[in-house]
Design a protein around this ligand. Structure first.
Ligand code: GLA
Length: 386
């Protein structure tokens, strides 16, 4: 990385930061409904090497995309020619609005995360950029504030109505742990991965999440509709779907459209599954955890309708393989990755057979990611910053 930087700018970097990707174990499409999630950070990550400049410009090379962008910190506007740069511009803009000191820099950005595969490559880039600006500017945001800043970049600058899960886990993750997070008040617990002799296997379907942004926003709107309906029917003033039980939903069912009812049913049942799963993480019951993961996928496929043929095929095949306790899509859906809980001794056979059968059934080439639960965003190298 340092050598790449030197090749691009003729001098070594003074700073390298890293921010991981994440895989969500369970609790999908619950975060923007004030619900529960259980993600962990993974070893694949975004890296930025940088050297501060004396002016207020960013000169940025995106190594994997082989693209360049120049950003003027005094004109932080949307860049439609280099859309990847908007994550940097969005973070800088939020910091500028909050009155934090920003410095120009030469930067190279690279990543070991597959892009657009549902492992939060974008939130990872946001949190890496934030760590970089914090270190160069000599200030540090509180973790909740940092995650909320990233969410505002997604919501207001990029235009996707995402929740807080990705930025928060990427900011605060601890090695060897998942995070049980209550998205209503951001209270959280780092839970050790305690299933004996097992591993979480991450498989990329190879199908990029192309329609994801518009479909995602559509789901957010449908949840808002469900909230409105349930409040009206029950005479309540709840702020999120989190406030309702499955029983209350059944009371409302006759007065709701079937589609809106099913969207709400996913959210309400997924919240319950995620709370149960956090208990399973503590008791180390892999069989029970696997069953919750399977039920989560089923609900995402039939009630929430965010899976698609490739994710469904991969999960279906995973279920038939020896040593697999459970499997489900992870992240926003419409392509991306599957996470499976697998007996450690069977991981290699499981991965190989799954990839083979998946390819012959769907014609798509998948990929297995070897990963361990990693720490959150941080500084990897810091020289004397000039
Ligand atoms: C994306 C969003 C998250 C979350 C998941 C679905 O990753 O960025 O906020 O909503 O989808 O659980």
């Amino acid at each position: 990385m340092a050598a790449d930087f030197e090749a691009a700018f003729g001098k070594p970097p003074e700073l390298i930061v890293r921010a991981p990707g994440r895989v969500n174990l369970i609790g999908e499409h619950t975060d923007y409904n004030g619900g529960f999630v259980l993600p962990m950070a993974i070893s694949q990550a975004t890296f930025i090497a940088a050297r501060p400049r004396l002016d207020r410009r960013l000169h940025v090379s995106a190594v994997l995309l082989q693209r360049w962008a120049t950003v003027d910190l005094d004109r932080l506007e949307h860049n439609s020619e280099e859309p990847w740069a908007n994550y940097l511009i969005g973070v800088a803009r939020e910091l500028e609005i909050a009155g934090h000191p920003l410095r120009g820099a030469d930067m190279i950005v690279t990543s070991s995360l597959p892009l657009g595969a549902g492992l939060s490559s974008s939130a990872s880039l946001e949190m890496a950029v934030l760590k970089l600006f914090e270190t160069m500017g000599g200030f540090e945001l509180d973790d909740d504030e940092a995650a909320q800043l990233g969410r505002r970049v997604e919501n207001d600058f990029i235009g996707v109505s995402t929740g807080i899960m990705d930025q928060l886990i990427i900011r605060v993750a601890r090695e060897g742990h998942a995070l049980f997070l209550d998205c209503q008040d951001l209270s959280r617990e780092h839970v050790p991965l305690s299933f004996p002799r097992t591993a979480f296997v991450i498989m990329d379907t190879g199908v990029k999440r192309e329609v994801a942004a518009s479909k995602y926003n559509e789901r957010v709107a449908q949840c808002r509709q469900a909230l409105q309906d349930m409040n009206a029917i029950l005479g309540r003033t709840a702020q999120t779907l989190r406030a309702f039980t499955a029983k209350e939903l059944e009371v409302c069912r006759p007065s709701m459209s079937d589609l809106i009812y099913r969207r709400a049913r996913h959210v309400i049942t997924e919240n319950a599954r995620t709370q149960t799963a956090s208990g399973m993480m503590k008791s180390g019951d892999a069989t029970a955890m696997g069953m919750l993961m399977n039920a989560s996928h089923e609900s995402l496929a039939t009630d929430y309708e965010v899976t698609g043929p490739s994710l469904d095929a991969m999960v279906r095949i995973a279920h038939t393989l020896e040593g697999c306790f459970g499997a489900r899509m992870t992240g926003g859906g419409f392509g991306g990755c599957v996470v499976s809980l697998v007996e450690a001794a069977k991981v290699a056979a499981f991965s190989n057979t799954l990839l083979e059968r998946y390819a012959s059934e769907t014609g798509n080439i998948g990929d297995a990611l070897i990963s361990t639960p990693s720490a959150g965003a941080g500084v990897v190298l810091k020289g004397a910053i000039s």
